[in-house]
Structure formats: structure tokens, C-alpha cells
Design a protein around this ligand. Structure first.
Ligand SMILES: Cc1cc2nc3c(=O)[nH]c(=O)nc-3n(C[C@H](O)[C@H](O)[C@H](O)COP(=O)(O)OP(=O)(O)OC[C@H]3O[C@@H](n4cnc5c(N)ncnc54)[C@H](O)[C@@H]3O)c2cc1C
Length: 479
């Protein structure tokens, strides 16, 4: 260990255990200062001052700071621009290096390049580590050395490459003697001082490492049932860990090793399926890293030729849960009220927006980016381009979800619909997926008159399906 010092910069890894970059800093330097920046460059772009993510981060940072303090260190927390503030902090602390964990999104790559350049000018080393994913960048490649754009061969190669060491935790506590204190570490800036307000997030999502651990424990007992239960939005079948995965309040190595061990030990199909979802996460990270153009345009550029009709009224109805299709509207209320949306519903509403309403997938992607608690550019972009058939390994363009049959299949008794759509509570199960088919007298009797208490469908699925097919056929070589 050298006698020098370093600054460890937390970003999407808000935990003080099993943290690769922090582990390397603590084992390399005698003194390690820690910092987190509420980055003005990101916060100022947020459309609402009531942002559940900012509050979640704030709570997670409070817990992280207390944890680092309990190990003899401290956390500098500032409301500033990371591009300039990190180099300024490094200079003020007179450190030899800034260590951090890699962030693969294009804007983060650009920010880090700017930080590196400034630090270089000061003679301060800047090092990044793989922590957010199991395999990054070019670690999983085809036999010919190319990148994968189809998931199943990627997954097979991922599993083949996996060794125990890829999943083993990186020790922090044992090296805590290297944590250093500084008078620059003051109280956390309040949410209000940063221009944000409290939201409802804490009423349904516990933040921080403790919140993540509680969800993990809750899910581990249900993991065996994941394969069947994960598609039913009214059932507690998924882990709900995505927000914690997004902000790194739990380690990806920890949860992947739980799933992997279960898969090997018991041939647990639930665990195997869940592990696949974690591999999808790695897959989309490497897609956006190798193909940054996909962040702005179609992964398959020929699809940029589509002339989306982009009817603003239809888009507003989708955003405001007023499409007249109960499962679509219930899903949109779920995201609007909680910031979460079940995966099956994300697939259905994304298909509906693009292939029934004929709206550019980027409009939906942006709406999700603004509203999802777990928003991650790579997974969100991947999910939208999958649904819109413009992405790698996407749904073929001619496969168009029918919003009524999807609803019958995945919310058969309308339990999920009724949870978010109280105006439909008296509609019988038989009509809950298409309430406009309920005879008018029945509508009166059930206090749900379509067109008064609940909208008529804003489009006809069969008509729009034909229009979508025609639109996609304008693309040369459409698949
Ligand atoms: C249109 C669309 C947009 C999406 N946007 C996002 C997003 O912004 N952020 C996000 O994390 N996920 C996104 N997803 C993927 C998926 O819907 C969510 O990860 C999942 O619903 C989160 O719930 P969970 O934690 O209970 O997931 P679980 O089913 O318990 O899955 C475990 C973990 O695996 C990861 N994961 C699961 N499915 C996927 C997937 N398809 N792609 C990448 N990672 C996955 C997540 O980290 C998740 O927490 C999107 C999917 C679609 C179709």
C-alpha cells in the first residue's frame, strides 16, 4: 500500500459493501476520502421537482454516509456539477487519484472523459472499475471476436465465461482503516435546498442498502415460482429490485450469485429464469456501449425511415391513462402513481404506443425516462426498441400485441385492472378487458357508462394493426 491518498467517487453504486472501485481504493491507498455529487447537470434536466428518484438517492446517501462514518470515514456530499467539482475536490484534498466505478451510458462516458482530462492536467490519476455488471464492454464476444446482437448466444457465451471469481464479493470492512475524514464532509444538502420536494416513494419502496436487502430476502423465498408468476401483474411474482439495481444499493454479484447457486444446486427453473433477466441487463449495457447511436436512433438504421404519424392527442391519452383499453390505462396509472411498471405491462403499453397509436418509440422512451424509478438508458432503450421492432433481437414488426387478448391472458379476472381503475370495479370479469362491449343497460346498472365514466377506445385495434403493418412495410428489408 502506498502512503498516498485517493478520492472515491460514488455514482450508481450507492453501497459500502462489495463495491469494486471502493475496494481497490481502500487496498491501494492509505487514505481514502469519499464523495457523492448531486449533479446539477443531471438534476436540472429533470422535468419535475417531485422526482421519486432524487428522494430515493437522498435517502440512500444518508444511509451510505452513516455507514461510512461507522467505519471511520466520511462522505462529502455536494450539490454541484461533477464535471468541475470532482477535479476541484481532488485538488483541494491533494489526492493522487480519483477512483470510481464505470458508467457505460453515452453521457456518462463523455462526462468521465472531461473529468479525466482535467485531472490529467493536474497530474491526478483517474481510474474506473467494472462494478455495475458481471461482464462489460468486450468481455463477452462471438467466436469471431465480434459483439453479440442476439440475446440467446450472448447468454450462452456469458454463462460459459462465468467463474466463481466473477461473482465473489469485494471486501470493504476489512480495509476500513484506510477511510479518511475531512472537514469538507458536512451535512447533506436538503432536498429543498436543491429545489426538490418529497414524493410518495417511501410509502412503497425502502431506500438504501437496508431496503435492498429486505427486498432480496423477500424475493429469495419466492424465486422458485418466478417463471410462472413473473408475467402476472396482479401477483407478487417479481423481485421489485430494479431501482436498487439502478442505483447500486445492492451488488449485482450478490444477487447473480444467489440465482446461479440456486440454479446449480436445485435445477431451480425460477432461479434460472431470473438469472436470465440479470443477463439481459448486462446484454443491454454492452449494446449501448458498443452501439451508442441506438441511444438516439434505431439500432437498425433502416427503421429510421418510418414516418410515424405521431398524433399528439393519442399520445396524451396514452400518458394520461385515457385510451379506453383497461389494461393499458391501469399500467399507465401504475407508472404515474408509483414510478414502477410491471415488465409484462411495459411490453404491452410500448407495443400499443408504437403499433396501435403509431407513435415514435422515442416519445414513449422519453416518457418512461422521465417517470420510471428504475430508469436506465440501456434497459429502457433496449425495451422500447424491442417493442418497436427497431432494436437488436427485437420482436418482429408483424408481431403485434392485441391489447385485449394480452389482458385476458395476463390479468384474467381483471384484478390488476380493478386495483388502478376503480371506475371499472363493477364491470363483470367477462367485460373487464373490453368494457365497451357491455350492453348499455348493464353499463347504467353498473355505474360505468362508457364515454361518460370511462373513455371509449381511442382507436380500433384491428384497423391500427393494418396501418402499422403498412407503415413497417415502407421500410426496405423490414423483418
Ligand atoms: C419498454 C420497456 C422499458 C424498460 N425500461 C427499463 C428501465 O428503464 N430500467 C430497467 O431496469 N428495466 C427496464 N425494463 C426491463 C424490465 O421491465 C424491468 O427491469 C423490470 O420490470 C423491473 O422489475 P423487477 O426488478 O421486479 O424485475 P425482475 O423480474 O425481478 O428482474 C430482476 C432484474 O433484472 C433486470 N431486468 C429484468 N428484465 C430486464 C430487461 N428486459 N432488460 C434489462 N434488465 C432487466 C432488472 O435489473 C431487474 O431488477 C424495461 C422493459 C421494457 C419492455
Amino acid at each position: 500500500m502506498s502512503s498516498s491518498s485517493a478520492l472515491f467517487w460514488f455514482r450508481r453504486d450507492l453501497r459500502s459493501h462489495d463495491n469494486v472501485g471502493l475496494h481497490h481504493a481502500l487496498t491501494t491507498f492509505k487514505k481514502v476520502y469519499c464523495a457523492f455529487i448531486f449533479d446539477r447537470d443531471i438534476l436540472e434536466e429533470l422535468p419535475s421537482k417531485q422526482d421519486r428518484r432524487v428522494e430515493f438517492i437522498w435517502e440512500s446517501i444518508a444511509e451510505l454516509k452513516a455507514s461510512i462514518e461507522s467505519m471511520g470515514g466520511d462522505l462529502i456530499v455536494q450539490h454541484a456539477s461533477a464535471r468541475t467539482d470532482i477535479p476541484a475536490l481532488a485538488k483541494a484534498l491533494k489526492v493522487d487519484a480519483v477512483y470510481t466505478n464505470e458508467d457505460y451510458e453515452p453521457h456518462a462516458v463523455a462526462r468521465d472523459a472531461a473529468v479525466r482530462k482535467t485531472l490529467d492536467g493536474e497530474g491526478i490519476d483517474f481510474r474506473t472499475f467494472k462494478d455495475t455488471v458481471i461482464f462489460e464492454k468486450g468481455e463477452v464476444l462471438t467466436q469471431a471476436g465480434g459483439t453479440f446482437s442476439v440475446f440467446t448466444p450472448y447468454k450462452n457465451a456469458w454463462l460459459k465465461r462465468l467463474h466463481d471469481s466473477d461473482l465473489s464479493p469485494r471486501e470493504i470492512k476489512a480495509h476500513r482503516a484506510s477511510f479518511a475524514k475531512t472537514s469538507l464532509a458536512k451535512e447533506l444538502p436538503t432536498l429543498e435546498s436543491m429545489g426538490f420536494e418529497r414524493t410518495n416513494i417511501l410509502s412503497f419502496m425502502r431506500a438504501g442498502m437496508s431496503g435492498a436487502a429486505a427486498l432480496r430476502d423477500d424475493f429469495v423465498d419466492r424465486m422458485a415460482d418466478y417463471k410462472e408468476a413473473r408475467d402476472l401483474p396482479s401477483v407478487k411474482g417479481v423481485s421489485y429490485l430494479s431501482m436498487h439495481n439502478r442505483f447500486g444499493t445492492i451488488s449485482i454479484r450478490e444477487i447473480a450469485s444467489i440465482a446461479y447457486a440456486e440454479t446449480l444446486r436445485k435445477k431451480n427453473i425460477g432461479a434460472e429464469t431470473w438469472l436470465s433477466e440479470l443477463i439481459w441487463r448486462d446484454f443491454y449495457f454492452q449494446v449501448i456501449f458498443h452501439h451508442p447511436h441506438a441511444a438516439e436512433s434505431a439500432f437498425r438504421p433502416e427503421y429510421d425511415a418510418i414516418k410515424w404519424p405521431n398524433d399528439k392527442k393519442l399520445f396524451t391519452a396514452w400518458c394520461e391513462a385515457k385510451t379506453g383499453y383497461p389494461l393499458i390505462d391501469a399500467a399507465m396509472r401504475q407508472i404515474n402513481q408509483t414510478g414502477y411498471m410491471h415488465n409484462r405491462l411495459r411490453m404491452i403499453v410500448a407495443s400499443f404506443l408504437t403499433k396501435d397509436l403509431l407513435i415514435d418509440w422515442r416519445w414513449g422512451e422519453k416518457y418512461f425516462a422521465d417517470n420510471l424509478n428504475d430508469f436506465d438508458l440501456s434497459a429502457n432503450n433496449g425495451g422500447w426498441q424491442w417493442a418497436a421492432s427497431t432494436g437488436c433481437d427485437a420482436q418482429p414488426y408483424f408481431r403485434i400485441f392485441n391489447p385485449i387478448t394480452q389482458s385476458e391472458r395476463f390479468d384474467t379476472q381483471g384484478k390488476f385492472i380493478r386495483k388502478y381503475m376503480p371506475e371499472l370495479k363493477n364491470v363483470p370479469d367477462k367485460f373487464i378487458h373490453a368494457p365497451w362491449l357491455l350492453p348499455p343497460l348493464e353499463q347504467q346498472a353498473r355505474e360505468c357508462v362508457i364515454g361518460r365514466d370511462y373513455p371509449l377506445p381511442i382507436v380500433d385495434h384491428a384497423t391500427q394493426r393494418d396501418r402499422a403493418l403498412a407503415l413497417y412495410k415502407t421500410v426496405k428489408g423490414a423483418k
